[in-house]
Design a protein around this ligand. Structure first.
Ligand code: BYC
Length: 328
């Protein structure tokens, strides 16, 4: 199921050309900012890096539905419930575009889902934290989707065409997600003392995990240098983290809230905020699958996959019947 015609194309085709010539032509296209498309020749390591990044991105989108999904039945009004439902559904859609983009590189949906469920593939650390209050839902929209946009806007110019094109729509939807999250927090920040305290508490718990989403610092990021050379990544982890902090601190202040970082200070000379040290031990522990809700998230994903078996079987049966009819 889900196998595409593209998977049948031999990725290392073009036997008649000298390998160095193929590499040179590939490098020249990347250097000229031309997109690499599924049927184009590409180095095996480029393909593997893309499958790794795109599939992990897809996993993050569908695991990301879980912490917010928890609140659909508890949203404080019909309006907020409708918005949250639409947002969670959008995240599912993002997962689908991304799995489809990864499939064009020859990886099957089953392989990718297996890698997620067996713990071989990563997904964003951010979704291993619990959503304790309604303010957390606002904080996720604003901070988590905000960090995602900062990371994904440059990916609209990533060198692999299907990934870049998927990002255009994803970024548009993420912008709406970010605004609805901030809007929910503005309402609460202008509410009762209890609501204000909930907003500050949510910021205190989500700030650091959100800025860790950008990944390890540049000197500890094993994949960055090559990914930047191949123009898969257009900006480094630390560059994006800094941009996010610079853009978001004024938004915290506008809410009348505090950033939970005693070392945060505007640096006039650099034209950026200086910020405190990240807890990398916590980051790597969460990457290893030791986050507060990691077990729960994987159990929910496996259950969703098992419960959906009948849908996949029905889709297969429908497709088999459609083909029979078409042949007749
Ligand atoms: N969490 O060499 P590095 C969303 C891993 S979803 C877990 O810097 P790279 C949303 C990294 O994979 C947001 N693992 O790697 C959804 C690598 O391990 P492997 C998801 C992380 O790839 C629903 C190792 O650490 N966005 O927005 O050059 C609701 C070394 O790192 C993390 C994307 O996936 C992390 N935070 O750079 C709301 C964007 N960070 O794979 C919102 C696309 C690092 O070698 N991805 N690792 O075993 C990227 O831009 C890049 O893959 C990263 C990492 C910046 C994340």
């Amino acid at each position: 199921m889900y196998t595409t015609e593209l998977q049948k194309v031999d990725p290392q085709q073009a036997p008649s050309r000298d390998p160095q010539e193929l590499v040179d032509a590939f490098e020249a296209r990347v250097a000229a900012d031309a997109f690499i498309e599924p049927k184009d020749w590409m180095p095996e390591a480029y393909r593997r890096t893309l499958i790794r990044q795109i599939s992990q991105h897809a996993h993050s989108e569908i695991v990301g539905m879980l912490p917010e999904g928890n609140w659909i039945t508890r949203a404080p009004s019909l309006k907020r419930k409708a918005i949250l439902l639409a947002k969670v559904q959008d995240e599912g859609g993002h997962g689908l575009y991304l799995y489809s983009a990864a499939e064009t590189l020859g990886s099957s949906r089953e392989e990718m889902i297996d890698a997620l469920h067996s713990g071989k593939a990563k997904y964003s650390t951010i979704f291993n934290y619990p959503t304790l209050t309604w303010a957390d839902i606002g904080a996720i929209g604003w901070l988590v989707d905000g960090a995602a946009i900062m990371n994904q806007v440059p990916l609209q110019r990533t060198s692999y065409g299907p990934y870049a094109r998927a990002m255009v729509r994803v970024c548009k939807e993420e912008s709406f997600h970010q605004r609805q999250g901030y809007d929910a927090l503005i309402v609460m920040a202008n509410g009762t003392d209890e609501q204000k305290a909930m907003v500050q508490d949510a910021i205190d718990r989500w700030w650091w995990p959100a800025i860790m989403m950008f990944g390890p610092s540049d000197d500890n990021s094993p994949n960055s240098a090559q990914s930047i050379r191949w123009r898969i990544k257009r900006e480094t982890n630390d560059e994006l983290r800094q941009k996010f902090i610079d853009a978001t601190v004024p938004q915290v202040l506008l809410l009348g809230m505090k950033v939970p970082d005693a070392d945060l200070k505007w640096n006039e000379e650099r034209g950026h905020y200086d910020y405190g040290a990240l807890d990398w031990e916590e980051f790597y522990a969460v990457v290893r699958g030791e986050g507060p809700t990691a077990k729960e998230r994987m159990e929910a994903r496996r259950k969703a996959w098992d419960d959906g078996a009948w849908v996949r079987e029905a889709a297969d049966a429908y497709e088999a019947r459609r083909r029979l009819k078409a042949a007749a």
